[in-house]
Design a protein around this ligand. Structure first.
Ligand SMILES: C[S@@+](CC[C@H](N)C(=O)[O-])C[C@H]1O[C@@H](n2cnc3c(N)ncnc32)[C@H](O)[C@@H]1O
Length: 386
């Protein structure tokens, strides 16, 4: 394995404190001892090339295709600094932006971890921090070489924590590279069991495979927005696909409601899947439709759920939130189609491919919203009959 433990200490010690393991591994692949690196040649020989990352990962797309709430003007020092506004075409979990109100980002009383939201901004922050560290040690570093190695690690690493060490505060840094195991492609419900015993990985097929059949593994239960940003692809069939309603719900809450919800761990990360909404969304819709006294009784389990709130009121509020997301999706689809028309005139093939990918992602989101609407309205009606 290639981990922080296999890199010579004198290489690691050059980096400023706080440099991510991800950054040091990428720096090692870029500037490490050629003799040590030559041992990895066979493995590295079949890695994808830079062009593949450039075309598949939104972080490397041209600026007009990746408008986001990132505070980094650009992850690439080669990019010129544009100030003009670009249409928002990426899904909100990726861009953190909306085409029409609600456009505020999450206003929680205390910030919370949005692991599956603001994806591009979070990724740019990690890459930029790693880049700043590497150029402080190797000022002449070539941006593309480093960004390539950083992306290789980003898309091909496995969970790894050094023996005897605590898990790092940032889960993105619990990483190591497992030669050849990084050839596995991802499906959500992979028929392959992956185990890590603290030292080594084992991979075991959980059914028999035909000769030549591809064995997939699972990279985790990730939404398609996450897969697109981190790995450059979306799954057609993804049971873990989800969208988030935070930017719609949180601005509609009073400060007291936010504090109350935060105290019950029900503020933020409002997750919608094709099956419907999570309990936090239900609890939040309830706080809006119930008296404060009843809500207290309900969260403390002092009254039966069915007596506690009107399912129709709760269901109606939730459906309005999902409709709001659908409204946003119509704006983004129009914006993406507008960009597509200009791209077609200039017959820019790679731009067209990216826009087609974004449009197909939006289609998935719209279908997910429709399914969630259907299951929420059924749930509201069905249970109220009981
Ligand atoms: C760990 S590598 C997997 C092996 C990869 N095919 C290779 O050797 O380059 C992860 C990359 O594989 C691709 N990938 C993995 N699973 C995929 C899938 N289900 N559909 C499309 N691309 C996938 C993506 O480009 C992703 O960034």
């Amino acid at each position: 394995m290639l981990t922080i433990d296999s890199i010579p200490a004198k290489f690691i010690d050059q980096f400023p404190e706080g440099t991510s393991i991800h950054g040091i591994l990428a720096a090692f692949l870029t500037h490490g001892d050629p003799e040590l690196l030559s041992e990895l040649d066979v493995w590295r020989g079949v890695w994808p090339d830079w062009e593949e990352f450039e075309s598949s990962m939104p972080i490397f797309w041209p600026k007009h295709l990746r408008a986001s709430n990132s505070t980094y003007e650009s992850s690439s020092p080669e990019d010129s600094q544009h100030t003009e506004a670009f249409p928002i075409i990426l899904p909100p979990s990726i861009s953190g932006l909306w085409n029409s109100p609600p456009h505020q980002s999450q206003q929680a009383p205390t910030p919370y971890e949005t692991r599956y939201q603001n994806l591009l901004a979070q990724q740019e922050k990690r890459l930029k921090a790693a880049w700043d560290s590497v150029i402080s040690v190797f000022p002449g570093t070539d941006w593309k070489s480093f960004a390539y190695n950083w992306s290789i690690i980003n898309s091909r690493s496995f969970y790894y924590v050094s023996p005897g060490k605590e898990e790092p505060a940032d889960w993105n840094d619990a990483i190591g590279m497992v030669p050849y195991a990084d050839y596995f492609n991802h499906v959500d419900d992979a028929e392959c069991e992956v185990k890590f015993d603290g030292r080594k990985y084992t991979f075991k097929a959980t059914r028999s495979y035909e000769k030549g059949e591809e064995i997939y593994m699972s990279y985790g239960s990730h939404s398609n927005d996450f897969l697109l940003v981190e790995y450059g692809f979306c799954l057609e069939n993804n049971p873990s696909d989800a969208i988030y309603l935070d930017d719609i719900i949180i601005p509609a809450l009073s400060q007291e409601q936010k504090e109350e919800l935060a105290a019950h761990d029900c503020l933020g990360n409002y997750n919608v899947t094709a099956d419907g909404v999570d309990e936090r969304i239900t609890a939040t819709a309830n706080i809006m439709s119930m008296s404060p006294e009843d809500w207290q009784k309900y969260v403390n389990g002092e009254i039966e759920t069915q007596q506690a709130f009107s399912l129709q009121d709760t269901g109606r509020i939730i459906c309005e939130w999902i409709q709001e997301y659908l409204k946003q999706s119509a704006f983004a689809v129009d914006a993406a189609k507008g960009v597509l028309m200009t791209a077609e005139e200039g017959s820019e093939k790679s731009t067209k491919e990216k826009l087609d990918l974004i449009l197909s992602r939006w289609k998935q989101i719209q279908q997910l919203c429709e399914n969630a609407l259907e299951s929420t309205s059924q749930w509201a009606k069905l249970i109220s009959k009981n």
